[in-house]
Design a protein around this ligand. Structure first.
Ligand code: DGL
Length: 264
């Protein structure tokens, strides 16, 4: 099948978290048409088995295939860590997994210890640690799972005293290892930057979405797949549960006030 450069790009995440990637993407590639799918019905992915994550990902990829996308951005760290290697050759579009696209760059940081906050499934896979160490074996990588953080974001509860307590607890645990930088290795976590930076210096945290979208742009360019659309591209959003909840939670990070949001 020939891939048309003006076809849309799919964005896949378990919920609103992938909007942190879409936002960075829009900053550097405004002309692309984007179709976003947040599988809110099945989130949190971080607590799911590999079999379940394969099933959800296949569903999403089949949906994107029907939309005729030229590529799918696996914004979700959890599926990048667990199912990318299994499904990567099964589709006609190009797949961009977040973790595998940024570990080389992270390995180049001139620091000894890098912290990674991620979901339980991503931590269990050690995808960040293995990826970074494959380039820089001497680096010390501390991976800590924050199972409650995804629901805090999806429920827009980040300023409740209970949520702030949970954020502080994990950050304090991480800071004991004295990391020079901390990777927010789940797309939902950059939503919590205002709360995290009340406790530690904002510069400590890395949102991998920034490096990720630069990688995607370079790869699309190399493969002559950048859109030739002279105007700003469109966004369409799909969610597998409440549209209203998606707009409330996602609106914290991305302007969804006039957005087309549909139930899949
Ligand atoms: N936001 C996804 C990630 O980047 C998964 C969060 C979840 O649903 O547990 O890992």
């Amino acid at each position: 099948m020939t891939v048309n450069k003006n076809n849309p790009i799919g964005f896949f995440d378990s919920g609103v978290g992938g909007l942190t990637v879409l936002k960075e993407f829009r900053n550097i590639l405004p002309n692309e048409d984007c179709i976003y799918f947040g599988d809110t019905k099945n989130m949190p992915y971080g607590e799911k088995s590999k079999e379940q994550l394969i099933e959800y990902s296949k569903y999403a990829f089949e949906f994107f295939e029907k939309q005729g996308v030229k590529a799918v951005v696996m914004a979700c760290n959890t599926t990048s860590a667990t199912v990318y290697d299994i499904l990567k050759n099964d589709y006609s579009f190009k797949l961009y997994p977040i973790i595998q696209s940024v570990t080389k760059l992270l390995s180049g940081l001139q620091v000894d210890t890098i912290g990674v906050f991620a979901t339980q499934a991503t931590v269990n896979s050690h995808a960040y640690s293995k990826g970074i160490k494959s380039f820089s074996p001497e680096k010390n990588i501390v991976e800590i799972a924050c199972p409650d953080w995804v629901k805090i974001v999806e429920n827009h509860e980040e300023n409740s005293p209970e949520a702030l307590g949970k954020i502080k607890e994990k950050l304090s645990e991480m800071l004991e290892f004295r990391p020079a930088r901390i990777v927010l290795g789940c797309t939902h976590y950059p939503f919590l930057l205002p709360q995290l930076s009340q406790i530690a210096d904002k510069e400590l945290f890395i949102n991998p979405a920034e490096a990720f979208v630069k990688f995607i742009k370079a790869d699309l360019e190399f493969n002559h797949l950048l859109s030739e659309n002279p105007k700003n591209g469109s966004d369409i959003f799909y969610t597998s549960s409440s549209v209203e909840q998606f707009v409330i939670a996602g609106g914290m990070f991305y302007n969804l006030s006039n957005a087309v949001v549909k139930l899949i």
